[in-house]
Design a protein around this ligand. Structure first.
Ligand code: AMP
Length: 325
């Protein structure tokens, strides 16, 4: 994730962190806070540093264990930028120009306001993935095209220079994992939402989150029932409830049958407070000792660099760069 906000939001938690946490059991996982990608947007330098620590602290507070997985800051491993350069030389200009995310952003800002980093963004992402001989990449729908590009680049390089990269498989998150804005339940919950009232922040005071849940947009029907089309607000609340408790939606519908939205929202507010109270506390504890957090990130970066440099060395040999020693 990019360190682009002071706090992650509950969509990040349910749609990404919870699923990543579970992957740790079955995989040798690598997670990174992609600060180099964040440079494609304007940043205040001190704030960027702070957001980088905050994002890492929230990963850990949500259950990503730096002793079990490798959790590091992208810029701490120089091989990312180095492999990105090599990959950019086998990426077509037209190919990169066809990425929808780039097309959207560049048409929104215009060519003069669009930096080259936004254009090569997916190539850096390909380097992030390929350096670790990655088997699977858990991503949201919106990132699928970038993983497809990564696969194309890996296959192209392998065909040209011999077997070098594992060709990764995108694992698209389940649709039920998509969380919507509490005030505008047809739009994705997002760090960059226009209004704060619809966004549950992981680091919000739990009382504030509870209030936001109580004020969430519902409908006039009055029954707690999942129906994404005609009851987007209630369906979203049910999705959040189910994701945070591990319960099935029908069992929650049964529990609140014949009771109003007030009761249901009170129940969900309690679930949210119980879940994020401890997560927030843990994150704030980690942030209170930045030296220790930096130490953990540095030792994880050493571990990441070992793997990444092995791949990069192989790439440099294959393409004919002269070894320094
Ligand atoms: P972003 O904050 O958009 O860079 O997203 C970081 C990660 O969180 C990605 O894996 C997204 O798919 C996931 N994510 C962000 N917002 C949501 C949401 N509203 N619902 C589900 N997943 C989300």
């Amino acid at each position: 994730m990019q360190p682009s906000a002071d706090s992650l939001q509950v969509g990040n938690y349910i749609g990404a962190l919870l699923q990543w946490r579970d992957l740790q059991d079955a995989y040798d996982a690598f997670f990174s806070v992609v600060d180099l990608h964040a440079l494609t947007q304007p940043n205040d330098p001190a704030e960027l540093r702070e957001k980088t620590r905050r994002t890492a602290a929230q990963y850990i507070a949500a259950g990503i264990e730096p002793s079990r997985s490798t959790l590091y800051v992208q810029s701490h491993v120089a091989a990312h930028a180095e492999l990105q350069w090599v990959l950019s030389t086998i990426t077509g200009f037209g190919e990169a120009g066809r990425m929808t995310q780039f097309k959207d952003k560049s048409s929104r800002y215009g060519a003069d306001q669009t930096n080259v980093g936004l254009f090569t963004y997916p190539v850096l992402m390909a380097a992030d993935i390929l350096l670790y001989q990655t088997d699977i990449v858990p991503v949201g729908d919106d990132q699928k095209q970038h993983v497809e590009l990564t696969r194309d680049l890996a296959e192209r390089f392998n065909a040209r220079y011999g077997e070098t990269f594992t060709v990764p498989i995108p694992v698209i998150q389940k649709d039920t994992a998509r969380i919507y804005d509490l005030q505008n339940p047809t739009a994705k919950m997002s760090k960059s939402a226009e209004s704060d009232a619809g966004v549950l922040w992981m680091l919000d005071d739990p009382a504030v989150s509870a209030k936001k849940v109580m004020r969430a947009v519902t409908d006039n029907d009055g029954t707690v029932r999942y129906d994404r089309e005609s009851k987007p607000g209630v369906s979203n609340l049910l999705t959040i409830y189910a994701a945070l408790t591990g319960r099935q939606i029908p069992s929650i519908e049964d529990e609140y049958a014949g009771r109003g939205y007030g009761d249901f929202k009170k129940g969900l507010a309690e679930v949210v407070v119980n879940e994020f109270g401890p997560v927030r506390e843990r994150a704030l504890e980690l942030l209170a000792d930045p030296a220790e957090l930096d130490r953990v990130l540095a030792s994880n970066a050493d571990r990441a660099a070992e793997v990444a440099e092995r791949t990069l060395g192989d790439v440099y040999d294959k393409i004919g760069l002269l070894r320094r020693r």
